[in-house]
Design a binder for this molecule. Structure first.
Ligand SMILES: CC(C)(COP(=O)(O)OP(=O)(O)OC[C@H]1O[C@@H](n2cnc3c(N)ncnc32)[C@H](O)[C@@H]1OP(=O)(O)O)[C@@H](O)C(=O)NCCC(=O)NCCS
Length: 222
């Protein structure tokens, strides 16, 4: 993440956390698993806000599940088995953020056809010719979900899996612990008109990393 982004993550659900009273109705009828991931992610979001100097506030749910951040702040949250994370930034520095985590495992059979376009599947087929141990199908899915999370708060419009074309690059040098990592670009294939008065969304720049059995994708649009 670029400078100016607050970030916090966790590989479990620490004991003793609770949501703020205003958030309680959002999980009033949630099962225990959902309650725990929600509570931990909200806690991490407040830690990430704290890195910006923002006081702890409730993070409610807006249109189509979008998290509602304090005025002049953008952010994103993710939770999957064994991982939770939140990122935040001031909107003057970063226009939108998107983050997604997924287990580093193949997509279930039949899912790729619904979550990719032909050009992406062609690249995946070429990559599978020299097995590098990476599950590019799941990485593609993860990058698309991060794309949606960065896209939606700026457009308030649906973005389908066929509405963005993702192209990956892999870093030559791996991370200090030897984790594969790289960048990606999400090219938006539909009208990218934004509601914030800024330019239309044409391409979103992202980063990806695989570590600890997890894929993490992040987008920071400036
Ligand atoms: C919304 C979606 C991206 C969430 O991803 P996920 O892997 O299921 O779940 P994650 O745990 O990673 O993320 C959930 C968080 O996403 C955030 N989120 C949900 N809807 C959102 C929206 N419309 N805009 C931005 N963020 C949103 C929320 O913070 C949510 O957590 P919370 O409910 O605890 O607040 C996914 O469910 C979805 O609807 N995908 C279809 C759209 C899409 O991905 N299109 C591809 C475009 S190329």
């Amino acid at each position: 993440m670029p400078r100016g982004v607050g970030a916090a993550d966790s590989f479990g659900d620490p004991d003793g956390l609770s949501v703020l009273p205003a958030e309680e109705p959002l999980i009033a009828s949630a099962v225990e698993k959902r309650r725990r991931e929600f509570t931990t992610a909200r806690h991490l979001a407040r830690r990430a806000l704290g890195q910006l100097g923002v006081e702890p506030v409730p993070i409610l749910r807006g249109e189509r599940g979008m998290p509602v951040w304090p005025r002049h702040v953008v952010g994103s949250m993710t939770h999957c088995d064994g991982y939770r994370a939140a990122v935040t930034a001031y909107s003057m520095q970063i226009r939108s953020l998107g983050i997604d985590a997924e287990p580093h495992a193949p997509l279930p059979d039949g899912v790729l056809g619904h979550t990719s376009i032909e050009a992406e599947r062609d690249v995946l087929t070429a990559r599978s010719a020299h097995d590098d141990g990476l599950h590019w199908d799941r990485l593609l899915f993860c990058a698309k979900e991060a794309t949606y999370k960065a896209w939606f708060p700026l457009t308030h419009r649906w973005l389908g899996f066929a509405d963005a074309h993702i192209v990956f690059d892999r870093d030559d040098a791996v991370g200090t612990a030897g984790e594969p990592a790289g960048t990606f670009t999400s090219t938006i294939l539909i009208d990218g008109a934004a509601i914030d008065g800024g330019p239309p969304l044409l391409t979103l720049p992202g980063r990806w990393q695989i570590a600890n059995g997890l894929i993490l994708t992040t987008i920071a649009l400036t």
